[in-house]
Every structure is written in structure tokens, then in C-alpha cells.
Design a protein around this ligand. Structure first.
Ligand code: AN7
Length: 401
């Protein structure tokens, strides 16, 4: 049993209403469960495979989900980078290992399943790339037509390739993500498509399972800190919400310090935390090489500020150079291939550690959100090209010398 509740004024709505913002005050909605009615134990969960669907009692889907086997991603101990930073308990949860290569799949399995349960005939989103790739795949699996709006020229190649190949109707707008989101929202309201951006309360339910899995992978221990790259701020809000539910169920007794990392050219949440603002000032012209988080007006900011403040967490920004340096370090020192936005979380920890703001005993889980192959163009621009030689052994030996 659950209902939709406004995060701002508390107005409630029926779960089968197609609604994304509160009719009374215009703020976002969230899914509120009747937790007393939830009958499951951690032992029962632990008997199931590690996956989004291990936690189905805390998800809104009732029937058979539209699934591509999402979740169950690896949690890596960052031994080398952790040693360099003096942080022996530093971990990365590699969400790039999901079916379409990003954490969005956790949201889309739930969101597209709900689209079907609600009887919706088509789905849509705006995207900096990963959301579109994921929605395109899940819409294909669910047999529902899909429209995606992208900011022209600002989406990494692998993500566009996925959206196209999975058969979405792909539209590039001459404008940024924030404008694309406004447009698709209007389209969905006026033409009855189901909106699957992070304003959709059901989609975020799937994403909260990142936190559940991280705890299960640490043997039931709550990490001291969870670090996420922040764009629209949906993911950090979702993880926080889920952990609050575990706490209310008595499964955990404390929360990690929720820590959000943004790119320096696109950091309105960081500014709001630093300046102690209640209402965020949008960044009119966001810019960063981490195009996934090139977002100036994060729609979930209100929720994210609560998540950070209520847990004693923090927010920090990292430059494009710091992001790319960490992308290389993860790849070369840990064997973990991520796209630039994903490296932001670990780059943020490096920065905070160097500023002396992290206790060295902390157990820290950084969420790395998308796979290296999402953005081959940024890789090629950073790395030396392959050495081309004649096809004989002397040439090979001289090239290797
Ligand atoms: C790799 O795909 O917004 O703070 O449209 O792709 O929940 O927005 C992507 C976001 C972090 C930020 N890392 O998450 C989109 C989109 C990666 C991402 C984020 C995104 P939110």
C-alpha cells in the first residue's frame, strides 16, 4: 500500500493518478508506503539474488516487471586510490555494470513497469544521454513507443547510439537539457505520454536500491558516507529516501553522510549548500566536459538539500581537470572504466580528503554512475592514439622499445 505525497505541502494523491507535480503548490511528489504493512525481513531479502527486485516489498510495481536484470552491480574496494588518499575503507559501486551501462536502468525497470500498469501507451524523457539510452531499451523490452529529447551536440556518442539502436524517436533540440526537460514535460501533460524523467516519483523508487545493495554488500553495515555525482539530483534524493525507509523499518539504525559532487561549471546545489540557501539559484549556462551532469536547474534540488543537511553530509565541486584525472586513475590504478560524470564522485572525495574534511576511518561508498564506453570521444581526446606499425616483428620490437 502506498500513495503519492507532495514533498513540500504534504498533499496526497492516489497512486494511479498520472501526476508529476502537486496540484496545490507545484512541488514534486514522492511515494509514501504504509511501512507498518510491510512484512519482510532482512534475512528474506538476503536469500534473494542481489538485484533491484530483491527489495520488491519497497517498490511500487505489483505485477511482473519489465526487467533486463538490473542492479546487482559490483562494489569494488579502491585499494590503490584509497591508500594514496589515506582512506583504507574507500569503495566504488559500479553502476556502469547495469544492462545499458548506467544506474538509470534501476529507475527505468520500475518506471516502465509502472507505465504499463497505469495503462500508458507511450513514454518520453529529456536526457543528457543515459536516461534516453535506458528508457529506449526498457521501452523496447516493454513494447511501448518512446520519444527522447536531447540537447543537440552535447550528448556522448555511446548514449546517442543506444537510443537510436533501441528504436526511440530521437529528437535533438537546439537548447540545453533544462529546456529539453521543460519541453518534454509540456508534451507529456498535453499529449498523454508518460514522463520518465526524475520528476517521475516511481522511477526514483528503483534508484533507491543502490543504497540497499551497498549496505548488503558491506555485510549489513551502513557506510559512513555515500558520495554521488549530482545533475538533476534525483539519484542522491532517491538513495536518501530509501535509507530513511530502511531506518523506519528498523533494518538500519543510522544514515550515511550524503555527499553530492557537481562539476564546477554546473554546481547550483554546491552553491546552495555553501551559501546555506533554501531555494537554489539555477545556473543559466551550465558547462562541463561531464555532459551527463551538465544541468543548471536540478529539479530534485529541494529533496537533495534535505538529504545532505539531514545526514550531516556536504557538497563539493570538482573541475573538469580533476574529473578527467580521476577517470584515468580509476581506469589505470583500479581497472574500473567509468564515464567522466561518474569519476566526479571519487574526484570529489579526493578533493575533500586533501582539504582535510574526511576522517580517515570513514567507510565511504562512491557511486560511479556510468560506463567508460558511454563517452569514447572524451577518451580519445585524452589518450595517445594507438601506435601504428608495419606488420613485422622488428617494427613491433622497435615500437615497444
Ligand atoms: C552518469 O541522462 O540526467 O543527479 O538525462 O548520466 O540523478 O540527475 C543523467 C544524469 C550522474 C546525475 N551520473 O544523476 C540524463 C541525466 C551519470 C548521469 C548523473 C547522470 P542525477
Amino acid at each position: 500500500m502506498y500513495r503519492l505525497v507532495c514533498v513540500h505541502c504534504g498533499a496526497t494523491y492516489s497512486p494511479d493518478q498520472i501526476i508529476y507535480t502537486c496540484n496545490r503548490c507545484g512541488h514534486l511528489l514522492t511515494v509514501e508506503y504504509d511501512l507498518d504493512g510491510i512484512d519482510v525481513s532482512r534475512d528474506e531479502w538476503n536469500r534473494r539474488p542481489l538485484s533491484v527486485w530483491r527489495y520488491r516489498e519497497l517498490l511500487p510495481v505489483r505485477g511482473e516487471p519489465v526487467s533486463l536484470q538490473e542492479g546487482g552491480t559490483p562494489l569494488y574496494h579502491l585499494k590503490t586510490i584509497g591508500k594514496e588518499l589515506g582512506l583504507p575503507e574507500l569503495y566504488a559501486k559500479h553502476e556502469g555494470m547495469n544492462p545499458t551501462g548506467s544506474f538509470k536502468d534501476r529507475g527505468m525497470t520500475v518506471g516502465v513497469s509502472m507505465a504499463r500498469e497505469l495503462g500508458m501507451k507511450s513514454v518520453a524523457c529529456a536526457s543528457t544521454g543515459n536516461t534516453s539510452a535506458s528508457l529506449a531499451a526498457y521501452a523496447a523490452k516493454g513494447g511501448i513507443p518512446c520519444v527522447v529529447l536531447l540537447p543537440a551536440g552535447k550528448v556522448a556518442l555511446g548514449k546517442v547510439a543506444q537510443a537510436l539502436m533501441h528504436g526511440a524517436r530521437v529528437i535533438s533540440i537546439r537548447g540545453n537539457f533544462d529546456r529539453a526537460l521543460e519541453m518534454v514535460h509540456e508534451l507529456c501533460i498535453s499529449h498523454g505520454l508518460y514522463l520518465l524523467n526524475s520528476v517521475n516519483p516511481y522511477r526514483l523508487e528503483g534508484q533507491k536500491t543502490i543504497g540497499f545493495e551497498a549496505i548488503d554488500q558491506l555485510g549489513g553495515e551502513v557506510p559512513d558516507r555515500m558520495v554521488l555525482p549530482v545533475g538533476n539530483a534525483g539519484n542522491i534524493s532517491a538513495v536518501y529516501k530509501g535509507l530513511r525507509e530502511l531506518e523506519a523499518l528498523g533494518f538500519i539504525d543510522r544514515l550515511p553522510m550524503m555527499t553530492g559532487i557537481q562539476a564546477a561549471g554546473s554546481a547550483p546545489v554546491v552553491k546552495a549548500i555553501e551559501q546555506n540557501l533554501d531555494v537554489l539559484v539555477p545556473e543559466a549556462a551550465p558547462e562541463t566536459i561531464a555532459t551527463a551532469i551538465r544541468i543548471g536547474a536540478p529539479v530534485n534540488a529541494e529533496k537533495a538539500l534535505v538529504a545532505i543537511r539531514e545526514t550531516g553530509g556536504t557538497a563539493a565541486s570538482v573541475t573538469d581537470e580533476e574529473i578527467l584525472a580521476m577517470q584515468r586513475d580509476l581506469a589505470r590504478k583500479e581497472g574500473i572504466g567509468v564515464e567522466p560524470a561518474s569519476a566526479a564522485s571519487v574526484a570529489g572525495i579526493r578533493k575533500l580528503a586533501e582539504l582535510g574534511l574526511i576522517d580517515k576511518d570513514e567507510r565511504i561508498v562512491c557511486v560511479v554512475t556510468g560506463h567508460l564506453l558511454k563517452d569514447p570521444e572524451t577518451v580519445v581526446r585524452q589518450c595517445e592514439p594507438p601506435t601504428e606499425i608495419d606488420a613485422d616483428l622488428p617494427s613491433l620490437l622497435s615500437a615497444l622499445r
